[in-house]
Design a protein around this ligand. Structure first.
Ligand code: FES
Length: 631
């Protein structure tokens, strides 16, 4: 059951399930309510006035609000739970909240889950024999923090207070008092946002006081030698006795090495990193925790954990503050993971107030697809295979120096290459070069709509001589030479078929979602391409080969590493994290392997779409817009 809630004075209307707090509903609608306790009912700052609807008075309301306020309908929004439609007035925020520009042009109000509170405690004496712990708790309570603590803090307590004249800084993560530090250390407050990809891992150290990213680095996931994709990693855990432990050790090693590099580069001490928000696909996050991922890989595809969780960094050997907490975002399904939830958060797909329909595609070995708006959203995962990563492509390679990433074929048949590293001889083709090369070959008539490469004898007199010269045969297979004869980088007929299968899988996934929603390409406001590969695809070429539905090319937008951006947003704002944690409630996951029509649609979309006049326009090499966060 959902109820309508109208927020004044902005007149923002949203719908939320029974039991949602007004605080969370406002957050979901993108409206800020004052708070320092993160909705835990302890700071008393989140008051709103319920002018219509049912909001019973609760214990916490009586603690912070006067009888007159209660009579007038004032309630703590983090305690007031929806049981009817209602109208709520939100008071204006006092002062200008600090904000950071993150994600897809979103201003995120800084509300980190980590708070550092400087305490100047009165020293005990014979008239004041309150225990150390009670003294600290009482001081924090005054500041609006109702916290728990644990044995490591209790052990340190007597000495740290006495060695520092009872002047200490409390470090609170959520409602846990994780440390007391000597003197005033409020200026040193950091967290990490981590995107664990199957291929690479990105880690950013973020200043929780300012929202600034202090340092960011990516590295290959050191699990890679055990398999390129999630299925082969899972197989390793099944086939080797120590497989799971090996893979867990490798990802922790990758992360600790990144932390070493980042702390050295930024001069930030590990002990001042108190929290992490980690995203990744379900298999990656299971391996990080040492949880058997096998059930994810076999029908009915059930992860051990899909909900957001929090654990101590030390539990898995991460070298940060020993009591630092790591939180993950939820998964939508076995193959649409927390990385996509983070991407949805960063793009605002499910809550953009314009209510326009957007399609988000993270193109990779596993193509994750999300289609929707604030009015309803569907998601699915389409197994695309490794072609986009350059695997199983004759001259395929990862996107690194010497890789062809862009291709242009002029009317005269000249082939111009864009090569990573600039003016160097090409040594292979990256995924974006594959998409661009095949699209250009299709535009130039080197391949037809079915994907078949033209025979030399048919090409003579039909195509420019410069192109005919590039048609070769390798081991009986037709191929097209992209580079000069010396470098001899070719695209073969088999490469084109591999690309057709990869793009066909994603295109069929998109079509299934569009059919289920009853929409067509004409209804799409934007197509957002995400991920370390998706962002680098030339939008025009993606459209020409039918990887994305046919929309005006300006509507196809690279959003970069939206997963990493989403993790940063969730790190800097517990409200946004709360919103991310609720994203699964608003999204229906569609399992393609259970859909009879998927195979038929897949066969239909294997061919390249008919070329339009627009597709035939000469295009420029694609350059990732500078505003896009590409790491
Ligand atoms: S009491 Fe702090 S947010 Fe409600």
């Amino acid at each position: 059951m959902k109820y309508q809630i109208t927020f004044l004075p902005s007149n923002t209307i949203t719908r939320a399930p029974e039991g949602t707090t007004i605080f969370n509903a406002a957050n979901w609608a993108g409206l800020a309510i004052d708070s320092t306790c993160g909705g835990r009912g302890t700071c008393g700052k989140c008051k709103v006035r319920v002018t219509e609807g049912n909001a019973p008075i609760r214990e916490a309301d009586r603690k912070f609000l006067s009888p007159t306020e209660l009579n007038d309908g004032w309630r703590l929004s983090c305690r007031a739970v929806l049981h009817s439609d209602c109208v709520v007035e939100i008071p204006r925020l006092m002062g200008n909240p600090k904000a950071a520009l993150l994600g897809y042009g979103h201003h995120v109000i800084l509300n980190p889950n980590v708070a550092k509170i400087y305490l100047e405690l009165s020293e005990p004496n014979l008239e004041d024999q309150v225990s150390d712990l009670a003294r600290v708790h009482a001081a924090l309570d005054k500041e609006g923090y109702d916290v728990h603590s644990n044995i490591s803090l209790w052990r340190a307590l007597p000495n740290i207070l006495r060695d520092n004249n009872f002047q200490v800084t409390a470090v609170v993560v959520g409602n846990e008092l994780i440390a007391l530090e000597p003197g005033d250390t409020r200026a040193k407050n950091y967290g990490i946002a981590v995107d664990i990809g199957t291929t690479s891992v990105v880690c950013a150290i973020v200043n929780l006081n300012t929202g600034a990213v202090e340092a960011v680095k990516s590295d290959l996931n050191r699990q890679a030698p055990f398999g390129a994709d999630v299925i082969s990693r899972v197989s390793h855990t099944m086939l080797e006795q120590d497989g799971l432990a090996q893979l867990q050790a490798r990802i922790v090693e990758t992360l600790n090495d990144l932390l070493t590099q980042l702390t050295a580069q930024s001069g930030i001490a590990r002990e001042n990193i108190y929290e992490g928000v980690f995203v990744g696909n379900a298999t990656m996050l299971h391996l990080l925790l040492g949880i058997d991922p096998e059930p994810i890989s076999v029908a009915p595809f059930i992860p051990a954990i899909a909900q957001p969780i929090t654990f101590r960094a030390a539990d898995i050997g991460l070298q940060m503050h020993p009591e630092a907490r790591i939180s993950t975002l939820p998964h939508l399904g076995a193959y649409v993971g927390a990385d996509i939830v983070a991407g949805i958060l960063a793009t605002g797909l499910t809550r953009n107030k314009d209510a326009k329909l957007r399609l988000l595609i993270d193109v990779g070995t596993n193509g994750e697809i999300v289609l929707g708006s604030v009015n309803g959203t569907l998601s699915t995962a389409a197994p695309a295979g490794p072609a986009f990563e350059g695997a199983q492509i004759k001259n395929g390679m990862r996107a690194s120096d010497g890789a062809i990433e862009g291709v242009k074929i002029t009317e005269q048949g000249e082939v111009i290459l864009q090569i990573i590293g600039g003016d160097v001889a090409p040594i292979g083709i990256a995924g974006s070069g594959l998409v661009d090369g095949v699209a250009e070959m299709y535009r130039a008539g080197v391949v037809d709509a079915s994907g078949r490469m033209i025979r030399v004898e048919d090409a003579r007199g039909k195509l420019p001589d410069a192109l005919v010269e590039r048609l070769v045969t390798i081991d009986g297979v037709r191929a097209f030479r992209l580079s000069d004869a010396e470098s001899n980088i070719v695209l073969t007929q088999q490469d084109i078929r591999a690309l057709q299968f990869a793009k066909g899988s994603i295109a069929a996934g998109v079509e299934v979602l569009m059919q289920q929603m009853g929409v067509t390409a004409n209804d799409l406001h934007e197509v957002l391409l995400a991920g370390s590969f998706g962002s680098y695809i030339n939008p025009a070429s993606a459209r020409t080969i039918g990887l994305v539905p046919w929309v005006a090319v300006e509507k196809i937008v690279a959003v970069g590493n939206s997963a990493g951006e989403g993790a940063k947003i969730a790190l800097l704002s517990f409200r946004e994290r709360e919103a991310a944690n609720r994203i699964p409630e608003f999204i229906e996951y569609v399992e393609l392997s259970g859909r009879a029509e998927f195979n038929d649609i897949f066969m239909e979309v294997l061919a390249f779409p008919k070329l339009t006049a627009d597709d035939r326009q000469p295009t420029e090499f694609y350059v990732l817009p500078s505003a896009v966060h590409s790491l």
